[in-house]
Ligand binder design. Structure first.
Ligand code: SF4
Ligand code: SF4
Length: 373
């Protein structure tokens, strides 16, 4: 894809992209954590929503506030905040999801002297009428808070336009996933990884143009190159900012045909509710989308969803990536594993950190698993 150069560059250096965007456009940049942040509202306020990814090494300042058994994502992000690397942000939005992000929010409020700070205190249980009503209220309060902090009015029309843009973007991301599932040779896993990451970083209009071009190119080469007998696998697990493991899987003879990841399908899954009030419509998507284990929506729905995508995508196995010290996903794992075993679906657990171990270790594990399929 010709459009990939810009996308790869933004994914490689998100903060560099955001700083130059700010200089170029004089617009505000609002950082956010977690796929539960209603970024459509941030975009409707005229600001760039920037998903915050952590630095990968050299964590010193954050160790004064967070124990070493916190996940490397929150420790790395706090390091960036305390060292001033994130000084270009006009503010940060913390949706309340896992404990680590909630504690990060408290530490940030007390110790980071720049930019505004908004907590979005979401319900934990999402599948009840009261949770629905509460979530809508929380999103309404967020709209008002953001208006005050950015000194703008967020109109219904702006929210609807933002929803329209996100619908287009998510549809294109879904199309790329579908085409890859049909023929994994069509695009490398690393490029899909960069696309998903850039969709949370880049000017969403610019991203839309690049994705439109990219999808057109992929459609043209759709029939070129048959799938080379690769083992079809699903990636699941809890890496909020996971390292690019795709080349290793591909070199070991596998192809990731779908995923259940925060930086993957959760980014484009789910439709806006059909409601006249745009805030209700936006809240509907976050309530009805497949949950991550930091939320609750039925005891078995995550495992059921995983089995469903394995069957739908004709996958032969599941690779579960677990970020070290990520407790919500660690608690989720035994049930996922039991369900996969009951269904006879081979699975592999890999505990990783932001920094991948030496190449050989992971490659050997991927090879051993894929050979078994
Ligand atoms: S895995 Fe869950 S809690 Fe963690 S960032 Fe993603 S959506 Fe949020
Ligand atoms: S990796 Fe796990 S513990 Fe860390 S921020 Fe994401 S969901 Fe929370």
């Amino acid at each position: 894809m010709k459009s990939m150069d810009k996308i790869r560059e933004a994914a490689r250096d998100p903060y560099g992209y955001a700083e130059s965007y700010k200089t170029r456009t004089h617009k505000k940049v609002v950082g956010y954590f977690c796929s539960y942040a209603p970024e459509e509202i941030i975009w409707a306020a005229g600001a760039l929503p920037l998903r915050i990814f952590s630095r990968k090494s050299g964590i010193h300042l954050a160790d004064r506030h967070l124990q070493s058994y916190c996940c490397s994502l929150v420790r790395g992000v706090l390091e960036d905040a305390l060292s001033g690397t994130l000084k270009f942000l006009d503010g940060v939005v913390f949706p309340h999801t896992c404990d680590s992000i909630q504690r990060l929010s408290d530490i940030w409020r007390l110790n980071v002297p720049y930019g505004f700070h908004i907590d979005v205190v979401l319900p934990v249980k999402l599948n009840t009428d009261s949770a629905r009503a509460y979530m809508i209220d929380v999103f309404r309060a967020f709209r008002t808070d953001l208006e005050k902090k950015l000194d703008v009015r967020i109109t219904d029309d702006a929210l609807k336009a933002s929803m329209g843009l996100y619908n287009e973007l998510r549809s294109l991301l879904g199309q790329i996933y579908e085409m890859r599932a049909q023929n994994p040779e069509i695009i490398s896993g690393s490029d899909v990884y960069s696309i998903m990451k850039a969709a949370m970083i880049m000017d969403r209009r610019e991203m839309l143009t690049l994705l439109n071009e990219g999808v057109l190119e992929l459609k043209q080469k759709k029939s070129a190159g048959a799938a080379a007998g690769r083992k079809r696998v699903i990636l699941s697990g809890g890496i909020c900012d996971f390292p690019d493991v795709y080349p290793m899987i591909e070199e070991a003879g596998g192809a990731v045909v779908w995923d259940d990841l925060c930086m993957g399908t959760r980014t484009f899954a789910g439709d806006f509710a059909t409601k006249a009030d745009p805030v209700e419509a936006i809240a509907g998507r976050y309530l009805d989308r497949i949950v991550c284990p930091a939320k609750h929506s039925g005891l078995t729905n995550r495992a059921d969803h995983l089995v469903k995508i394995v069957r739908e995508r004709d996958a032969q196995g599941v690779i579960i990536l677990l970020l070290k010290f990520c407790d919500p996903h660690a608690f989720d794992y035994p049930h996922l594993k039991n369900t996969l075993e009951k269904e006879g679906i081979p699975n592999l657990l890999l505990e990783v950190e932001d920094q991948l171990p030496p190449d050989g270790q992971l490659r050997t594990r991927f090879e051993a698993f894929l050979e078994m399929l």
